[in-house]
Design a protein around this ligand. Structure first.
Ligand code: GMT
Length: 373
């Protein structure tokens, strides 16, 4: 098949999933055309069967807000005409699904089928906003196929947007060969000079990630277990997290590593991954940690319980229950047998349920179903 993948190029989960999907489909012989405003960060080096097309947005002074969605629709039309695509797959509804719909209308419905994958905040936070709601609902109802990354997100979309067409749940996935927990190129001595235990968190540091809970959990753990905390990412809550770490006197053991392109080289260094989010459709970073043999302690919000099995490969507590989360981390870090069991179970779940070899063919099959419908 010839497939266009529309995505954000940044470090967020939706862009990661879209890029990994395209790369995996290309390896399986499909022709993949990424369309975005810059090259997706996980698209490194030349890849057979992969093309990248950049959307250029006009900066005419009249535009206070340059209309990216129109430029994207125009680019989709160009690529459809030039390469005779079968499928345009939009990742994240806003504005990608709307641009795909517009392109299809301009092509008089004769173009490729359009598929939208919902990733989370396009429904639960941004999409719910009154300024987007109707457009998101319309774009979902007018896609030829719609997928969501967890059952939770499927149900929530159907309920909150009163969507009548079916939404297929296709879980996010991980390359378990790449995220394999082998950390030979990870200088653990820099992170734990006195052989401390290591906690890790990776996100975009937005409010929804509850970064200050991460610091509070760590401060509680540190009272009992000599440990350090690695923070990967950048975002609006960074300063608040730093200030809290100073206030609690743990800042010397909190390492802000900034945004990292090769997170697989870090996740396996840690003993526990923290994910106390107030909202999470899936939690891709948690899955990448599990694949790296790092169990997860976090909240039971949204789709996280579909990824992390409480008391088997991690521990999940109510949002904001920092005390229970810290107690669970302490249990793991003070019981080597338990920690090893949880590490093995985390890896097993990633390999058996969420490996790219299992999930990517589900997308392939879904494409066939939509094309033959
Ligand atoms: O978590 C974010 O804020 C980034 C966001 C994105 O769209 O890039 O992540 C969402 O999509 C990921 C990939 O499907 C999911 O694993 C995340 O759980 C989801 N984030 C939220 O629902 C908050």
């Amino acid at each position: 098949m010839k497939i266009a993948i529309i995505c954000y190029p940044t470090h967020g989960g939706s862009g990661v999933v879209a890029t990994e999907l395209g790369v995996n489909l290309a390896k399986r012989g499909h022709e993949i055309h990424f369309i975005s405003y810059s090259s997706p960060f996980r698209l490194q080096g030349f890849q057979q069967n992969v093309y990248y097309h950049e959307v250029n947005v006009s900066a005419y002074p009249l535009f206070k807000y340059p209309p990216y969605d129109l430029s994207l629709a125009t680019k989709i039309i160009e690529i459809v005409r030039e390469y005779e695509l079968d499928i345009v797959h939009a990742h994240y509804a806003i504005p990608h699904a709307i641009s795909a719909y517009l392109a299809k209308q301009i092509l008089h419905g004769k173009g490729p089928k359009t598929i939208t994958t919902l990733h989370g905040t396009d429904i639960t936070l941004v999409g719910k906003d009154a300024s987007f709601y109707e457009a998101v609902k319309f774009s979902i109802e007018n896609s030829d196929g719609v997928t969501a990354v967890s059952k939770y997100l499927t149900d929530r979309t159907q309920k909150e947007f009163s969507i009548k067409n079916s939404i297929k749940t296709i879980y996010n996935f991980v390359d378990t060969n790449k995220f394999n927990g082998i950390v030979s190129n990870c200088d653990t001595r820099q992170f734990k000079p006195n052989n401390e235990k290591l906690l890790i968190h990776a996100s975009n540091f937005r409010k929804v990630k509850r970064l200050t809970d991460v610091i509070n959990i760590f401060a509680n753990v540190q009272k009992v277990v000599p440990s350090r905390l690695l923070l990967i990412g950048e975002g609006p809550e960074r300063q608040a997290a730093h200030d809290l770490a100073v206030e609690l006197g743990v800042h010397k053991d909190v390492l802000f590593l900034g945004t990292q392109d090769y997170i697989e080289n870090l996740l396996g260094c840690a003993d526990v991954f923290l994910l106390p989010s107030s909202e999470e459709s899936f939690g891709l970073a948690a899955l990448e940690a599990m694949s790296s043999e790092t169990p997860v302690v976090g909240s039971n919000a949204g789709g996280i319980p579909e990824v992390v099995d409480h008391n088997i490969n991690g521990f999940l507590h109510d949002v904001g229950d920092v005390k229970s989360m810290a107690d669970s981390v302490i249990d793991l870090l003070t019981n080597d047998g338990m920690l090893n069991d949880f590490k093995k179970e985390a890896r097993k779940a990633a390999v058996e349920k969420f490996d790219s070899h299992i999930v990517v063919p589900e997308y392939e099959k879904y494409y066939h179903d939509v094309l033959t419908f």
